[in-house]
Design a protein around this ligand. Structure first.
Ligand code: ADP
Ligand code: MG
Length: 646
């Protein structure tokens, strides 16, 4: 039994079943094997090869969505609360898990051009920017997006223009933000349109280089990351920043990759996909179990990146997707088991308040700095103008008058006027020099040149101010002010409808929770409520109960058998992979032993070290002959290999 700490909450797990597709329908009258009880949040799975007497398998989840479910239903009930939390400064993760072709991408992305069929990601874009447009003007937001994929255990930046050729990125860990990807591109997005563009660029990058997009997407994990930073003045008068990080994850297909006959690269790929997904399974099992102390996050890139999402500082929703076709019974059952286990994971989400690395803070500082610089310039011009006009009236250029818009506008106007006056003055002076008949031609030239230079300086100065202004404006435009930068086009009626829809979603969610609780209580209190008037009645009641418990026992026995079978199967698969890897290793050894001179081989081998961070063998750099004795004698243990290559 999990202990429920204060502030901890379990991973929400919902299941979605797609409709039978045309091909499956034409396969016969068998129909689907998945039945759903939406009110109770239950999935009932029928084994197409089992006898009628065998009990069906029932699983209960936070919510279930059948073939007729709408994208909106899933969003409003199961995703909206998560995005709301992220907007309030929590980390949030939603990941789609399931066999290829069961609707992971449909659920996460959907059909972009059809408003009814837009998936979680586009709906989240809408949600985030609408929220900003409706929030108060004392809130400032900075929204950023990144997009990456994990393919063959390598992290690739989908927003890097050189995506195809770029090196794989490294994972790093910081005490503040947890595990992150070093050098990952992140784009500041000011509107729905901009963030959609980011998504499109990434999707195109994904497709490029993939000979078969379907196959590629079934073998790679795609992670779309959104960071929403929000600054708001607190009761202490200071601006506080909350940072919500969203991971929107479309996982690789969960089906077992057929490994027979694959060689070389393909084998490596198959082994590595399974590595990330089986590592995910192991992490989920370890966390769900609650007893095993060690959680093997470090076994794969995916589990490291999702470390906070599973058992850490995040709110997490898992969408398990199923197909209804009888031929996928085994896979469907495996997915349901996986999902069932994930329900037991406890997270400890907390609001990320004023983290040291908030980009919004840096932006605010930079904007303030540019603004001060600009104001300083303008005041200087204004003062000069006043001197030129001979007013002799001075006012100290206090740059701290930020925010006093009227004063600023006035200063701006005067600064511009100063430039104009100064130009006119120089022009007049030049004219006077040209017309001065007492000046020597040489002298005239010199004076004119001087004036020319002064005009040049003036223009340069003006250009610099313009550049500074442009920089300032560009910087400032990246921050979204609540209710200001984005115009909310929805009218009152639409807003009412939205609210009603959200209320209904909220209601059906709590109703389902109550139903589930009642079901549990019913079973527990069955015994307490019964009082028997006769022996006969007691026998009947107890027989009924015995039958019920016996059925339950049979279910559990079948479950154990299934799990055992699964273990045997996966062990056989692992053994097969191992055999094939060993065969490949033998092949490489054969080449090395027979075709590479031993001293060359030793030289190479002694230069290699393993970098566990990158999961790669790396060459030690060759050090110039004089220096390396000193260096290596103090840094490395003296080994026989050491001397062989010096
Ligand atoms: P996956 O990403 O899991 O491999 P897809 O999202 O590509 O699967 O879905 C496979 C096919 O099934 C697509 O043609 C998709 O449009 C369709 N599909 C998936 N889920 C649904 C659904 N809930 N309703 C209607 N069509 C769906
Ligand atoms: Mg897909």
């Amino acid at each position: 039994v999990m202990s429920k700490n204060k502030g901890s909450e379990s991973v929400k797990v919902v299941v979605r079943c797609r409709p039978l597709n045309r091909k499956e329908e034409s396969n016969g009258p068998a129909g689907g094997i998945v039945q759903m009880d939406l009110r109770l949040g239950q999935v009932i799975l029928r084994n197409p090869r089992a006898s009628a007497s065998e009990p069906q398998k029932t699983f209960t989840f936070d919510a279930v969505y059948d073939a007729s479910s709408k994208q909106r239903d899933l969003y409003d009930e199961s995703v909206r609360p998560l995005i709301d939390s992220a907007l309030a400064g929590f980390n949030g993760t939603i990941f789609a898990y399931g066999q290829t072709g069961t609707g992971k991408t449909y659920t996460m992305q959907g059909v972009w051009l059809d408003p009814e069929k837009r998936g979680v990601i586009p709906n989240a874009f809408d949600h985030i920017f609408t929220h900003i447009s409706r929030s108060q003007s004392d809130k400032q937001y900075l929204v950023r997006a990144s997009y990456l994929e994990i393919y063959r255990e390598e992290v690739r930046d989908l927003l890097d223009p050189n995506h195809g050729t770029a090196r794989a990125l490294e994972l790093r860990e910081s005490p503040d933000t947890g595990v992150y990807v070093r050098d990952l591109t992140s784009c500041v997005c000011k509107s729905i349109k901009e963030i959609e563009e980011v998504m499109n660029v990434g999707n195109q990058a994904r497709a490029v280089g993939a000979t078969d997009m379907n196959e590629h997407s079934s073998r790679s994990h795609a992670l779309f990351l959104i960071t929403v930073e929000c600054s708001q003045p607190g009761p202490d008068g200071r601006k506080h920043i909350r940072v919500g990080r969203l991971n929107l994850v479309d996982l690789a297909g969960s089906e077992r990759q057929a490994k027979t006959g694959v060689q070389g690269d393909r084998l490596k790929e198959a082994a590595k996909i399974n590595l990330s997904l089986s590592a995910l399974g192991n992490v989920i099992s370890a966390l769900a179990d609650g007893r095993s102390g060690h959680v093997p996050y470090r076994d794969s890139k995916l589990t490291r990146l999702l470390q906070d999402s599973l058992g850490g500082n995040a709110k997490t929703v898992m969408v398990a997707t199923l197909g209804p076709a009888p031929q996928h019974y085994e896979e469907t059952l495996t997915t349901l088991r996986y999902a069932n286990r994930a329900k037991n994971i406890q997270n400890q989400p907390r609001v990320n308040e004023d983290p040291k690395d908030a980009l919004l803070r840096e932006f605010q500082r930079e904007i303030a700095r540019l603004r001060a610089q600009l104001n300083h310039r303008k005041w200087r011009s204004k003062q000069k103008k006043e001197q030129v006009e001979g007013e002799g009236w001075e006012r100290d250029g206090d740059e701290e008058t930020e925010g006093e818009d009227e004063v600023e506008v006035e200063v701006e106007k005067e600064a511009q006027e100063y430039v104009k006056l100064e130009e006119q003055r120089l022009e007049r002076e030049k004219e006077a020099i040209r017309e001065d008949q007492f000046l020597l031609a040489e002298e005239k030239q010199r004076l004119l040149g001087e004036k020319e230079r002064m005009m040049g300086d003036l223009r340069k100065e003006q250009e610099a101010t313009e550049q500074l202004t442009a920089k300032y404006k560009a910087m400032e435009s990246k921050l979204l002010v609540g209710g200001k930068n984005i115009i909310d086009h929805t009218n009152e009626q639409q807003k009412m409808l939205e609210m009603k829809r959200q209320e209904i979603a909220e209601q059906s969610r709590s109703e389902r929770e109550m139903q589930q609780q009642m079901l549990v209580q019913d079973e527990e209190t069955l015994e307490l409520r019964e009082t028997f008037t006769s022996l006969q009645q007691e026998v009947e009641a107890k027989t009924k109960k015995l039958k019920k418990l016996y059925a339950k026992l049979q279910c559990i026995k079948a479950e154990i058998q299934d799990v055992n079978d699964e273990h045997v199967r996966s062990r056989q698969e692992l053994e097969q992979t191992q055999n094939e890897l060993t065969r490949e290793l033998k092949f490489k050894y054969l080449i090395i032993e027979n075709f590479i001179p031993p001293e060359e081989k030793n030289k190479i081998m002694n230069r290699l070290t393993f970098d566990p961070e990158e999961d790669q063998w790396k060459f030690q750099p060759l050090v110039p002959a004089e220096s390396h004795c000193v260096f290596f004698l103090c840094c490395r243990p003296r080994t026989s290999c050491f001397w062989s290559w010096t």
